[in-house]
Design a protein around this ligand. Structure first.
Ligand code: PLP
Length: 393
């Protein structure tokens, strides 16, 4: 059975060109870039090229890119550096819909005495900017907001917000793990000081990420060790994966330039429009205008997301649900809860996230398979029967 992979916000297929670029560094070209001999030293030139490609993708300069292990490391490093650089400030601002890489860190920091303001979103996932601006204070060490939401794809107006925050002289970090490679980003049009990105969301392998650090931003390393990355991240470089990320960044730029995301957006819209039309009691979670072109989160009311995923799995269709299994019970995700999505809808929410590898034939197949899946599950659902009985009066 062919796999129809619509879970690209979870991870992406490594581009074959990326695999080709990285393989020599796992075989014959295994030198350590810090070595004095040229066999190792020559590898440094490949890291330099990769750094330039990643910088170009977001309009930064190569010196502002620090390679590390993942988006989570970038997030942790950025927040810790920001608060360590401002030891007298004890206030942090973030949103209610951040990824656990950020959310769980704040839970720890609040136990350590930091006051964390979680800016709310409305029922479309749009950030309450008035609330955010009202809470900026002289005690704020850092504002950290995601560029695009991993569950709904909703995009926050980072350019606008970062300028406001910078006018107050506060450090601004953005978790752009879902945005980089999917949106054109010019970091110099923003007041962003620190930006997190991750390789496996843009067709590079898992276990490689990067942190953008604007020139002049106060910084303290999280991983203390050797002089690698100009002392900003200790540890012998993961050369093969760095080269891979560089190649993936170059390809992402090429695909963005040739409008590949418009094609992906058309496929996403075809899928979304058809499912909403064919399946009653279904709705999109999140604002449909300010959204990543590859993502749609659709709530199928009165059914269980996990059950939908299992049935989709029978046809090789991969997606994600809007629930998280915590302590044995299925809780709707904190993102959907923050948006006030009703319980019966949040539970039946499925995130479809596309990539450049998806085809129209795949989308047609999903459009064909989904309505009977939902119908079958609803016929077994006491909530559905109850809802239909009360609707009938
Ligand atoms: N931030 C966001 C918005 C994400 O979607 C993810 C991964 O899903 C991360 C951070 C963590 O990235 P990584 O898996 O590279 O640690």
């Amino acid at each position: 059975m062919n796999v129809i992979y619509l879970d690209n916000n979870a991870t992406t297929k490594v581009d074959p060109e990326v695999v080709d670029a990285m393989l020599p560094f796992l075989s014959e070209n295994y030198g350590n870039p810090s070595s004095m001999h040229s066999f190792g030293g020559n590898v440094a030139a490949f890291i330099k090229d990769a750094r330039e490609n990643v910088a170009n993708l977001i309009g930064a300069t190569a010196d502002e890119i620090v390679f590390n292990s993942c988006g989570t490391e970038s997030d942790s490093t950025a927040i810790r550096a920001a608060i360590e650089s401002n030891p007298d400030k004890k206030h942090i601002i973030t949103s209610r819909v951040e990824h656990p890489a950020i959310k769980n860190l704040y839970e720890i920091l609040s136990k350590k005495g930091y006051r964390v303001t979680f800016v709310p979103v409305d029922n479309q996932g749009i950030l309450d900017l008035d609330y955010l601006y009202k809470n900026l204070s002289d005690d704020t060490a850092v504002v950290s907001l995601m560029w695009a939401n991993n569950e709904t794809g909703v995009i926050f107006p980072i350019e606008e917000i970062s300028q406001e925050v910078k006018n107050r002289g506060i450090v601004f970090h953005t978790d752009a793990v879902q945005a980089v490679g999917k949106l054109p980003i010019d970091i110099n049009k923003t007041g962003v000081d620190l930006l997190s990105l991750s390789g496996h969301k843009l067709h590079a392998p898992k276990g490689i990420g990067a942190l953008y650090i604007r020139k002049g931003t106060k910084f303290s390393p999280f991983m203390i060790g050797g002089h690698q990355e100009k002392g900003r991240r200790g540890g012998t470089e993961n050369v093969a994966s760095i080269v891979a990320l560089g190649k993936a960044a170059e390809l992402a730029q090429k695909h963005l330039n040739k409008g590949e995301y418009d094609r992906i957006g058309q496929l996403r819209d075809k899928l979304e429009t058809a499912l909403l039309a064919k399946i009653p009691h279904s709705m999109v979670n999140g604002d449909r205008q300010h959204r990543l072109l590859n993502t749609t989160s659709i709530a199928f009311e009165y059914v269980e997301g996990e059950a939908i995923l299992l049935m989709m799995n029978e046809y090789g269709i991969c997606a994600s649900s809007g629930s998280a299994c915590t302590s044995g019970s299925l809780e709707p995700s904190h993102v959907l809860r923050a948006m006030g999505v009703p319980f019966t809808a949040a539970h039946g929410s499925i995130r479809f996230s596309l990539s450049r590898y998806n085809t129209e034939e795949e989308i047609d197949l999903v459009i064909d398979k989904m309505p009977p899946i939902i119908e079958r599950l609803r016929n077994m659902s006491p909530f559905w029967k109850e809802a239909m009985k009360s609707a009938a009066g």
